[in-house]
Design a protein around this ligand. Structure first.
Ligand SMILES: *[C@@H]1O[C@H](CO)[C@@H](O)[C@H](O)[C@H]1NC(C)=O
Ligand SMILES: *[C@@H]1O[C@H](CO)[C@@H](O)[C@H](O)[C@H]1NC(C)=O
Ligand SMILES: *[C@@H]1O[C@H](CO)[C@@H](O)[C@H](O)[C@H]1NC(C)=O
Ligand SMILES: *[C@@H]1O[C@H](CO)[C@@H](O)[C@H](O)[C@H]1NC(C)=O
Length: 826
């Protein structure tokens, strides 16, 4: 049997036309598997290729040899050699955050850089800190002197230096019922360690969404966002319900569940509501910030820059449901959830108490909405002089219902006298760009903002954004509204800012074929935006010779793809070319090609280094990474052209990009595979159905395959409505879709094309995924199997949508590599 399998694999490899012939066959087999249940397989119409290599046979062959079920008997050597190389990729450390500490000496500063590394055996990520001195000589050359060894930081969820840089806060969240710990470090010792019981609050949020941890200017208080304390539950004993609740001495009683509480979905399913707290560092006293309604989820708190104890924070409303009814929807990756900036001028309610004891039930304002006229406002930052409150808005995402869209940047002139009455005007600094002209600025796409993004003029911010298929660094003057590109203009590499050092920038640059490298940017002229970038020598270990040579053997380019058949109805911005990144071997033009598709759909594959993609091209493949219309970085009209047209416009864009590389003779059209996750998995499964002769292999990670199933099971049912109906879908969105809706969803789903599929497909699914629940991928995989198409399915029991636990990530990409090798050869 093993021999038979080999022969037919060889046949499939060379795409013998006979292998694609449909045969009418009816087989019925019952076989006992060692250690497994009885397995019955009945197939009616089956292709020769799939008889030869059906998953069942491959795993039976494996089992015959005593191999684990995951390993295909014909691919053992491949599995072994690819896993070795993938481990080398996994070993490469990643650059995380950086903090800069200024000294009085203008030509000296100190920096701390965090380095991450996957520990496959422990299935977790480890974090190290590395210190360095940065010294600038008059000739403008910069020298980095690194400490001899890094220090491992374990069990730390957040690191926050104080404004003076003389203290450091380490947050240690606990995973069990033990208290949360806040450690305050001085230059050479632990100055203070505060334990906060779980009855006061749960873990601090450190998720870069609700996360907010802020020292006040005097360094006496820290405001932060943590999970509210557990809500009381009903208590029962032998006599029934106990009205007085649970007391310490109670035995013979138990706690009930109480009402189910909605959460923010994917990655937040075990989190309680985020709430605001302030700690007095010297006394260790923790106070909740009062009078914030539980219908608001708060985050991103900062202190206002005056001697009064005012806080500014973001609050997300829970009313995301049908026509604004109460319903939390998934928020991870979703920028379309309404939110606003608020100020709490009296966070402890002291003024309120005072006026109560003084007998006047006075109206004390506890919370002031600062951005009442905007549907979205987040990432608040004060200018160093306290004159401006600057923030990002995703109002276009909120208003259109698209889960990501072009951002805008705004400014509020802050009242330095501390008086707040909500009448502060909001000015635009960077508006939304609808249709970028001649490769000019496409608009702002900002997913993080430095704690201190300011140059020394106190008006210029340094921001990372997306510009076409590149990540770029921008400078924005918030007063004059001037914007310029700070990272090299002529580069296809991606750049990200790590920290601002007075008027200089510590950044990291990489490409799909270049490992991340640190750079130090110096502003050459004070007037123009003219920056000089010097490479920073770091003590990071060199990658293995194998990896260095694989990367050096490849090249990449960013292709402009003109759209096919533009209709007159399209907005001008949607008629512009989109982009695809093409990675290929420098000498070997005949390699097979993998089409790589991002999720979202309103996301992007930038040109930056990706371990997984580097591993794939290192197996001897070209990559065609398509940023189809709807991706971030191309202006708002191009982005908004996709909702209402998914499953057609995006599918056609991918095929147009593929046609272009075929017409230019860059790839062999007979050996093309496709891989994608989430919406990229939606496209993958659509493509193998709509273009059944184009792809010889496919791999889908948590794919959307059946929207009529997804709508009732996902944490973002609104996504189905908006992406199928466009803007209008925001109005239709309901928890009880009509039969017409379900028909629409079904028609536009990959499952409606399943009868045409011939491509062997690998499925990688996270059993805990709330975004695209595992039922979507499983159902589609079973439907392919019953049609006799070869499939392989791996379900990761503990993984969520991202499948990013180190071992799961490793096993996913290893299997993708082996699957493509099996079906496409090299
Ligand atoms: C903070 O704690 C210190 C030490 O217990 C105390 O002297 C100070 O008054 C507290 N500050 C406030 C505003 O409660
Ligand atoms: C909000 O909009 C209303 C109506 O357009 C306007 O009257 C009001 O002044 C605006 N408020 C602020 C704070 O901009
Ligand atoms: C929004 O964009 C960010 C950054 O690219 C991405 O991580 C996220 O997945 C996107 N979300 C959606 C729903 O497209
Ligand atoms: C798609 O999902 C719907 C709703 O759960 C279900 O009724 C249908 O059977 C699914 N599959 C197909 C092939 O339509």
């Amino acid at each position: 049997m093993v021999v038979l399998v080999r022969v037919l694999v060889a046949c499939a490899k060379f795409r013998c036309p006979a292998a694609n012939l449909l045969l009418s066959a009816s087989t019925s087999r019952v076989r006992a598997q060692p250690g497994g249940p009885l397995l019955r397989q009945r197939t009616s119409k089956v292709s020769l290729r799939s008889i030869a290599m059906s998953t069942t046979q491959a795993s039976e062959a494996a089992a015959d040899k005593g191999l684990p079920l995951a390993v295909d008997a014909t691919m053992i050597d491949e599995y072994a050699s690819q896993s070795k190389l993938l481990q080398e990729f996994v070993k490469i450390p990643t650059i995380g955050k950086a903090w800069i500490f200024n000294s009085k000496d203008d030509d000296m500063s100190k920096a701390v850089v965090s380095i991450g590394k996957s520990d496959l055996l422990a299935n977790k990520r480890r974090q190290f800190l590395l210190n360095t001195h940065i010294s600038k000589s008059p000739s403008k050359s910069v020298d980095f002197q690194w400490s001899p060894f890094p220090t491992e930081i374990s069990g730390v969820s957040a690191i926050v230096p104080s404004p003076s840089g003389e203290k450091l806060l380490l947050v240690r969240n606990s995973e069990d019922d033990s208290p949360t710990k806040l450690e305050i470090w001085g230059p050479c010792q632990l100055e203070n360690e505060i334990h906060i019981a779980k009855s006061v609050h749960g873990s601090l949020y450190t998720d870069e969404w609700f996360e907010g941890i802020s020292w006040n200017q005097e360094e006496t208080f820290i405001a932060y966002v943590a999970e509210e304390p557990p809500q009381p539950k009903p208590v029962f004993n032998d006599y029934g319900f106990k009205k007085e609740g649970l007391s310490e001495k109670d035995c013979k009683s138990w706690k009930g569940q109480g009402d189910w509480e909605e959460t923010w979905g994917e990655t937040y399913s075990k989190k309680r509501i985020p709430a605001l707290f302030v700690i007095n560092i010297s006394s260790g006293e923790v106070r909740p910030v009062k009078q914030i309604p539980r219908s608001l989820s708060v985050g991103q708190v900062i202190w206002a820059p005056s001697s009064s104890y005012s806080l500014v924070f973001v609050a997300w409303s829970s009313d995301n449901g049908f026509q604004g009814t109460p319903r939390k929807l998934g928020i991870k990756y979703c920028y379309n959830r309404p939110c606003a900036l608020y100020a709490a001028p009296d966070p402890f309610g002291q003024e309120a108490e005072k006026s109560l004891t003084e007998g006047n039930k006075g109206e004390t304002t506890t919370m002031i909405k600062l951005t009442a006229n905007l549907s979205s406002a987040f990432f608040p930052r004060f200018s160093p002089d306290g004159k401006y409150l600057v923030f990002i808005s995703a109002k276009s995402a909120v208003d259109s219902g698209a889960h990501n869209a072009t951002n805008s940047l705004h400014r509020i002139e802050w009242c330095t006298d501390g008086k707040l009455d909500g009448s502060l005007g909001v000015a635009d600094v960077v508006p939304i760009v609808l249709c970028p002209k001649d490769n000019c600025f496409p608009g702002l796409y900002c997913f993080g903002l430095l704690r201190d993004p300011w140059l020394t003029d106190g008006q210029t911010m340094i921001i990372s954004s997306v510009w076409g298929s590149r990540e770029v660094i921008l400078s924005v003057n918030v007063v004059s509204c001037e914007l310029s590109r700070v990272s090299p203009q002529d580069s296809d590499y991606s750049w990200n800012v790590l920290a601002v050092d007075k008027n200089n920038i510590l950044a990291v640059s990489s490409s799909l074929i270049t490992l991340p490298q640190m750079y130090y940017g110096i502003k050459v002229s004070q007037t123009e935006s003219n920056w000089e970038w010097q490479g920073v020598s770091t003590p990071f270990p060199k990658p293995s010779d194998k990896i260095s040579s694989v990367l050096a053997e490849h090249k990449f380019s960013i292709l402009k793809i003109p759209i096919s058949n533009p209709s007159d109805e399209l907005a001008n911005g949607a008629k512009l070319p989109f982009e695809a990144i093409f990675v290929s071997h420098k000498d070997s033009a005949s390699n097979p090609t993998i089409v790589v598709l991002h999720g979202g759909p309103h996301s992007v594959y930038p040109s930056s280094y990706s371990k997984s993609l580097a591993f794939l091209f290192s197996q001897g493949y070209n990559l065609l990474v398509v940023n189809y219309r709807g991706s971030l970085g191309f202006g708002e009209e191009a982005l908004q052209s996709l909702p209402g047209n998914i499953g057609s416009q995006d599918v056609n864009d991918v095929l147009t990009a593929l046609d272009l590389v075929i017409k230019r003779g860059l790839i062999d059209p007979s050996r093309v595979a496709v891989v994608g996750g989430s919406h990229g998995g939606f496209l993958t499964t659509h493509l193998i159905g709509q273009a059944p002769d184009t792809f010889v292999a496919a791999a889908a990670r948590n794919p959307v395959c059946n929207l009529s199933l997804m709508v009732g099971t996902s944490d973002i049912p609104d996504w189905c409505f908006v992406e199928i109906y466009g803007k209008e879908g925001k109005k239709y969105f309901s928890e009880s879709p009509s039969v017409d809706d379900l028909c629409q969803f079904h028609q536009k789903s990959p499952i409606s094309h399943i009868a045409k599929v011939k491509t062997p497909t690998l499925f990688l699914l996270g059993a805990q995924d709330l975004r695209v629940p595992v039922s979507n991928g499983l159902q589609y995989a079973r439907a392919l199997k019953e049609r006799g198409i070869e499939t392989k399915t791996i379900v990761f029991p503990e993984d969520i949508h991202g499948i990013d636990k180190p071992q799961s990530d490793f096993e996913s990409f290893l299997n993708i590599g082996v699957w493509f090798k099996k079906h496409m050869g090299k």
